[in-house]
Write a protein that binds this ligand. Sequence first.
Ligand code: ADP
Ligand code: MG
Length: 397
Amino acid sequence: GSIGSSLVLPLIDQSGKAIGVLNLSRPTDSKVFSRAELRQAELVAGQIAMAVSNARLVSNLTNSLEDARKTKDTLQAIFKSLPGSILIFSANGDLNEAASRVEAECEAFIHSGHAISGALTECQEEAKSSGSPAEQHFHDRDTDQFWHIQAVPLSGGGAVVTLNETTARERDARDTARMRRLAEIGQMTAQIAHEIRNPLTGIRSAAQMIRQHPDVLPEFIGTIEQEAIRLNSLCDEFLAFARPATIAPEECSLGKVIGEVLKIHAPIFNENGLTLESEVEDDGSIWIDPQKVGQVAHNLIRNAMEASNPGDTVKVAVGLDWFRVEDSGDGMDEETVANLFSPFFTTKSNGNGLGLCASRKIIEAHGGEIFVNSSPNSGTTFMVRLPSDRQLSDGDE
Ligand code: ADP
Ligand code: MG
């Protein structure tokens, strides 16, 4: 039949939130709900609310547990599928877990004093103290193995460290570098053949002329001599480039050595409408090969001259163990700067591209360094530093 009386009670959980409604009703032919029954119903509603919210909590907990289990499975699957090794360290640096294909190996690394364990510890410490990821490359010289180590700090104070062997990649890179060098040598050989062929052609045609017209001998003998000299100096340059630079150091002043080079160049600068300025800040003595260092200064000053335009000034500054050649010429783009010291790299129609390559060899043989600073249109500065540790003070020895 139809409803005679009814009770509608909200189900309120502990936090005071309504989680449902309890609806009780009686048909028209039954008793109307009494006040006592209302109180009873309120008690029941309270218990239902509690039971429902407890059931919800339990179900949430079960879901959370299930989620955690799934996350753990996923993480483990990720660990297993990773090619490297993953090590988890606690805040005090203990190894908590090593999850990886080479688990046993990892444990062994850490505990056996394997060369890599120092690098692992260092990387881990760095990540923990900086609070941000750290990485290191490690080369085991005994086995010629390469490793990449990455450490990520954990909020709890520990760190996760991954260890990847990169030996194959490093060897590939090494092979590629070797192939590139071989290709470079091939290119160089072609260049050398080309440079030798020009004077040889000159000599051959001179010889042919002489055979056909013996009377031109006096005229062509000069050509033959000139071309032979050219070949000879080409050989010198190639040899200087092919050999490791040997130096014969003596006690001398860089200021005097470069002064000689400047003296030779002053008239040539004049002829070309250029100014050559020099400033010697110190002319104490150091141990250098004066011929070879003079050759470097010569190469740098020549290049500065060739890059300059009429009216420009080239400035040469000399200190005890350094010198600098600064021009305000054409400058260089990035690509030129990158190739500057490569043998046979030249942007000149009459250049051979060996000057800077040889210069760097000479400076490095002294244990010094050569730097360049250049950009298009703003000129170029070359800086040479030589070691002064064998420097002699006046009157010594
Ligand atoms: P080369 O002078 O025979 O070309 P170098 O080895 O002396 O060979 O120089 C290589 C190249 O470097 C030059 O062709 C030129 O492009 C660039 N270069 C060197 N010095 C300068 C400079 N002072 N200003 C601009 N370019 C320069
Ligand atoms: Mg040059």
